[in-house]
Design a protein around this ligand. Structure first.
Ligand code: NAD
Length: 246
């Protein structure tokens, strides 16, 4: 990926950080987007710089179009172009359906689904001109099989799957590949709130017998960002130790 530029949203920690470091290791210049924690984003930047890649950080809310435009502008001004976009930023606002309020539904849709749409829309113009580009969306197995207490999150992640397929069909002839990964249970801050008992129950249901690591997801993203996957588009790859078999 030498000479390529990748934007990774929500890359201050967790899966986004692991993806940024993995793409940097493969030689890409990385644009590390974050929302709240600048220090964490700078830690990600340091890790990427250690891999010998170019790396910059840019604050921005992916659910806001102006911010998306600014993130992409920063990438182009810093590294000249954008070749890879990883739509990783995501949030949860869990609750049982009867008690889920509209704000929590909208917040989850805005960051996970609208953010993916806005960032994709903002990068594809340039990619279409070059007739080349790789977009990887981070969905979830919850978007495939559902999960009690996560109606908003499941809807957003299922929306990302539909979006990925429609966008992939639209963009395939323009040389842009759009795929998604659907992680299962990955050890990050997002899943840290699980009780030990819940983690035990989940682990027992995973054929591979362990929770995933951010690096497991990063390897698949790197594959989808590289030339080895040039003939793959519109696919949803579960990275889940076999938990969800379609
Ligand atoms: P995380 O909470 O550690 O990371 C999410 C990152 O997104 C955070 O750095 C956060 O600041 C950022 N973010 C949130 N809202 C944003 C916004 N509006 N604009 C820009 N950045 C924003 O969680 P994670 O586990 O690393 O999750 C990364 C992605 O993987 C998410 O899309 C999540 O839904 C998905 N996922 C995670 C798991 C898991 O088990 N951890 C499973 C399936 C899917």
């Amino acid at each position: 990926m030498k000479g390529k530029t990748a934007i990774i949203t929500g890359a201050g920690r967790g899966i986004g950080r692991a993806v940024a470091v993995r793409l940097a290791k493969a030689g890409a210049n990385v644009v590390i987007n974050y929302l709240g924690n600048e220090n964490a984003a700078k830690e990600t930047q340091d890790l990427c710089l250690k891999e010998g890649a170019g790396a910059t950080v840019v604050r921005g809310d992916v659910s806001c179009e102006e911010d998306c435009i600014r993130i992409v502008k920063t990438a182009v001004e810093t590294f000249g172009t954008v070749d890879i976009l990883v739509n990783n930023a995501g949030i949860t606002r869990d609750g049982l359906l009867l008690r889920m309020d509209e704000k929590d539904f909208e917040a989850v849709m805005d960051t996970n689904l609208k953010g993916t749409f806005l960032m994709t829309k903002t990068v594809i113009r340039d990619m279409m001109k070059k007739r080349r580009g790789k977009i990887i969306n981070v969905s979830s197995i919850v978007g495939i099989q559902g999960n009690p207490g996560q109606a908003n999150y499941a809807a957003a992640k299922a929306g990302i799957i539909g979006f990925t397929k429609a966008a992939a069909r639209e963009m395939a002839a323009k040389g842009i590949n759009i795929n998604a990964v659907a992680p299962g249970f990955i050890e990050t801050d997002m899943t840290a709130a699980m009780t030990d008992k819940a983690a035990e129950t989940v682990t027992a249901a995973i054929p591979s017998g362990r929770l995933g690591k951010p690096e497991d997801v990063a390897e698949t993203v790197a594959f989808l960002a590289g030339k080895e996957s040039d003939y793959i588009t519109g696919q949803i790859i579960c990275v889940d130790g076999g938990l969800c078999m379609k």
